[in-house]
Design a protein around this ligand. Structure first.
Ligand code: AMP
Ligand code: GLY
Length: 424
């Protein structure tokens, strides 16, 4: 089986490394990939959004499966186009990917099918949104741009002033472009957050091992929101009892709701959950693997990923047995100085071997470039250093030991991954 992976982050590197373990996988390509990925797969200079070039390349190389990993091409119908060309693709079609690409769609879906989520209202006019927020007079309140916004379209307003600023910047200043034509104003929920990724073929859903992301840039959950600064798996708050409850009240009802709306979801469905005092509720859906959730979750996957993705595409996921390691995993993201605001690129990285790896961890590359035997920074999130251990503490100790062997000018990473959220 020859596979073309679309994407260029740590998530795609984790997917490629896992697929490489499969005896069934032949040639691996990645478009466009990155420095670290180039040590494991052949990188091709094609944009993830360029449907024509992707299809032409897949035909030329007789690719068996195109794996569409990032959100933008999923929302833009890249899977639809690949399927129409008669090529197998892993990932939801655009109509199904809307569960992530439109918060208005996903919130309305949850309301219609009684799936627990924060109470909300949708607005297309800034004046009406502000009137509503004033009448509610309940803070903090949560304001979300409808469309994709690089994970930055959610603003938690502590008071009316902040709420007004948020509505203005999203709807009038168009901070996130057309993604802010509509907004969702929703109730502020509290409780630990859990990420649950699940394989589904639209009939069967098999949850992966749970994880916890750390979205803020700085220790103590301070600083700006990022794509994710580190993950642990499993999530210590996610008990077997809560997992069963989520299966019955959230996961299967979502699969069935999508089918009823004629939007069968096939691929990886990501549930961003909050364990509130009133039970687990959905904060967001993603139509893809999370990043850096994939890095820890796939590290603990014992089964052959190639078998699973084939079963999802062929709609016989019920026939596949998916096994998980009993170990724990931790991923520490090393980022460029300044990220998530502006940062420099092209800084030489010290401490990595010729494959971009280090003893005691697997280094998943995100924003790196490989030139003449050296690795250079090439993005905000640079690498995700991932280790396992018998306990979460062991996994974290191993990951931080590995991190200490790698340096580059301006590097920053959180020192408290898996620590502030430890169950007491
Ligand atoms: P999202 O992009 O929807 O995952 O939101 C980003 C982050 O904002 C989440 O991980 C939560 O920490 C926070 N958040 C989103 N919605 C809510 C809510 N209704 N109540 C409290 N926090 C929220
Ligand atoms: N780590 C969160 C996401 O991938 O959306």
């Amino acid at each position: 089986m020859d596979i073309l992976m679309l994407g260029s982050g740590g998530r795609e590197h984790a997917l490629i490394k896992k697929l490489k373990e499969s005896p069934k996988v032949g040639k691996l390509y990645c478009a466009p990939g990155n420095g670290g990925i180039s040590r494991d797969a052949e990188c091709v200079d094609i944009s993830v959004m360029d449907k024509e070039k992707i299809i032409a390349f897949a035909k030329e190389k007789n690719i068996d499966i195109v794996f569409v990993a990032p959100d933008d091409p999923l929302a833009a119908g890249v899977v639809d186009a690949i399927n129409d060309a008669g090529i197998r693709a892993f990932g939801p079609v655009a109509k199904a990917a809307e569960i992530e690409s439109s918060k208005v769609f996903s919130k309305n879906l949850m309301k219609k099918y009684n799936i627990p989520t924060a109470a909300y209202e949708v607005f297309s006019e800034p004046k009406k949104a502000i009137e509503y927020i004033e009448t509610q007079n309940k803070f903090p309140t949560v304001i979300k741009a409808d469309g994709l916004a690089l994970g930055k379209g959610v603003i938690i307003a502590q008071n009316l002033e902040e709420a007004k600023d948020a509505v203005k910047s999203i709807m009038e200043d168009k901070k996130f472009g057309d993604s802010g034509n509509n907004i969702v104003v929703e109730e502020f929920l509290t409780g630990p957050e859990v990420s649950v990724l699940a394989f589904t073929d639209g009939k069967t859903l098999k949850p992966m091992i749970s994880s916890m992301d750390h979205k803020r840039a700085l220790d103590g959950d301070k600083g700006l929101n990022t794509g994710g600064m580190g993950t642990i798996s499993p999530n210590p708050y996610y008990t077997a009892e809560i997992a069963e409850l989520c299966m019955n009240t959230i996961f299967m009802p979502t699969v069935e709701a999508m089918n009823k709306e004629c939007r069968q979801f096939k691929g990886c469905l990501y549930f961003g959950l909050m364990l509130t005092p009133d039970g687990p509720k959905v904060i967001e859906y993603n139509s893809r693997f999370g990043d850096p959730e994939a890095q820890v979750v796939l590290t603990l996957l014992k089964s052959d990923l190639a078998d699973i993705i084939n079963a999802v595409i062929d709609e016989n996921l019920d026939e596949v047995n998916i096994e998980w390691s009993n170990d724990c995993a931790a991923c520490i993201v090393m980022a460029s100085g300044g990220y998530p605001a502006s940062y420099k690129k092209g800084i030489e990285m010290i401490g990595l071997d010729e494959n971009g790896q280090v003893d005691g961890a697997v280094v998943f590359h995100a924003g790196t470039k490989y030139e003449n035997g050296k690795f250079y920074t090439n993005g905000g999130r640079v690498i995700g250093v991932t280790s396992t251990g018998k306990t979460l503490d062991d996994a974290l100790d191993n990951a931080y030991k590995a991190v200490s062997k790698i340096t580059f000018d301006g590097a920053h990473y959180r020192k408290d991954i898996g620590k502030t959220h430890r169950v007491k």
